[in-house]
Design a protein around this ligand. Structure first.
Ligand code: PLP
Length: 449
């Protein structure tokens, strides 16, 4: 059958991202064939409710005809335009202006990439260039959070603090440092908001003092840590960290690759607390995954310092063939139109309480120790003992088992560290679909028992 042919070819030739290569060869692929709204069909006709919007990216849902049209029109008119040698495309120019329009007021310059990893990598390069440009070349130390994820480029994977991205890759680099994650459920206070925030602020101060305040370039963080297990910090945490970074004289970079574009309610999560970062990285929801694109946004001060220090006649050597790709930009412009004029952000805000309630209801389940959520981003943390919050033994391989059970129940979500189940459905999900999603999740949990 075609399925067997594809499975055989996959096992022999396709290297899968973030997979156990030998383990994958043994189990073979789940081949996704088509999608509509929050629903996927695999190559054998099985219906799957996608509770994770692909990889928390398909925010507008599958099958948005106007996005397909925007891509098609751009492909037909001009499939490619370089940004080199002063060239540009209309869609790239309009997208840069649109992103500045919807972003925090501090950000005025946009570098368009192919995704989040490249956006983080560009941010690191621009920050290095910035400090060299302003005569502080000794500022080479970067601080991020434990459990953080900032992509898998050579530098981003070191800012990331998840063991699988470090092991065997000689990471983190000597200039990459991590402070504890603001993790209320696992905090010694048991989850006291003020204590979690105070600890993070103190840890950032202590790390900067240890490295020498004059040596630190920047602090990177996600407003809500995604791949680290959907760690939702207390309200006010992001603002406290931004204020502390400013006071310490280091750049503050917010990585909104997951949290951007309405995932947590507002257009960007940092806007909920009036945070004005020096740089911001975005991707995923920017094009809703229809084609690859990300962006690094920076303040006028960062841009101007770099621009003004460049020697006459010498290019700033950062760019790629596909930087500011016109098809990505055309898709992004239409996706952004759907979020705003198409009412998708307003819809996501309207159904978020239903999502939160459905997750909270599952805390009555014997396996669920914690339910946490903001907007349409959430997680259920499974525990072996609710009273002591004892985690499951990783040797049980619970995550892999749950994945298999979930497919049998026709539902897709992510499991982190084997015991945290992450949810990030398309922002177009209806209340009935939210109910159906968590009804299926409940059946999965019952089967795990
Ligand atoms: N930063 C964050 C916060 C992410 O969640 C991701 C991807 O999951 C990235 C960066 C990397 O983005 P990409 O996978 O598009 O390279």
């Amino acid at each position: 059958s075609p399925h067997d042919v594809l499975t055989d070819l996959d096992r022999r030739h396709l290297v899968h991202p973030v997979a156990h290569w030998r383990g994958h060869e043994a189990c073979g692929p789940s081949i996704l064939a088509s999608g509509q709204g929050v629903w996927l069909q695999d190559d054998q006709g099985r219906e799957l409710l996608d509770g994770f919007a692909g990889l928390w990216c398909v925010n507008v849902g599958y099958g948005q005809e106007s996005v397909v049209q925007a891509a098609t029109e751009q492909l037909r008119r001009l499939p490619y335009a370089t940004g080199y040698f002063h060239f540009a495309s209309e869609s790239a120019i309009r997208l840069a202006a649109k992103l500045v329009d919807i972003s925090p007021a501090s950000l005025s310059r946009v570098y368009l990439t192919l995704g989040g990893s490249e956006a983080v990598d560009a941010a690191v390069r621009f920050i290095t260039l910035y400090w060299n440009s302003v005569g502080q070349p000794q500022r080479k130390q970067f601080i991020a959070l434990q459990r953080g994820y900032h992509g898998s480029s050579s530098t981003g994977a070191g800012l990331t603090a998840l063991p699988v991205f470090h092991r065997g890759f000689d990471l983190p680099l000597p200039n990459q440092h991590h402070i504890p994650s603001p993790y209320p459920y696992r905090h010694p206070s048991g989850g006291d908001d003020a204590a979690v925030i105070a600890d993070s602020v103190a840890q950032l101060r202590a790390k900067v003092a240890e490295l020498g305040p004059q040596n630190v370039a920047a602090f990177f963080c996600e407003p809500i840590q995604g791949s680290g297990g959907v760690i939702v910090p207390p309200a006010g945490w992001l603002k406290a960290m931004a204020d502390t970074a400013r006071e310490l004289g280091i750049l503050f970079v917010v990585d909104e690759v997951i949290t951007g574009f309405g995932r947590t309610g507002p257009m960007f999560a940092c806007q909920a607390e009036g945070v004005e970062p020096d740089l911001m990285t975005v991707a995923k929801g920017l094009t809703s995954g229809y084609v690859p694109m990300g962006a690094t946004l920076m303040s006028e001060a960062v841009y101007a310092a770099i621009a003004d220090a460049a020697p006459q006649g010498m290019a700033i050597g950062h760019g790629a063939t596909y930087s500011a790709h016109p098809v990505g930009a055309a898709v992004a412009l239409e996706v952004l139109r759907l979020y705003e004029d198409g009412g998708i952000l307003a819809h996501a805000q309207a159904v978020a309480p239903r999502f939160a309630a459905a997750m909270q209801a599952l805390t009555a389940h014997p396996l669920v120790g914690d339910a946490r959520q903001r907007g349409l981003l959430g997680a259920l943390e499974l525990v072996a003992d609710k009273a002591t919050r004892r985690a499951f033994d990783p040797a049980l391989g619970l995550g892999e088992r749950i994945f298999g059970i979930a497919l049998r129940h026709g539902v897709i979500f992510r499991s982190f560290n084997d015991h945290i189940l992450g949810f990030a459905p398309a922002l177009t999900i209806t209340e009935a679909e939210i109910d159906e999603l968590f009804a299926r999740v409940r059946r999965v949990l019952d089967d795990v028992l």
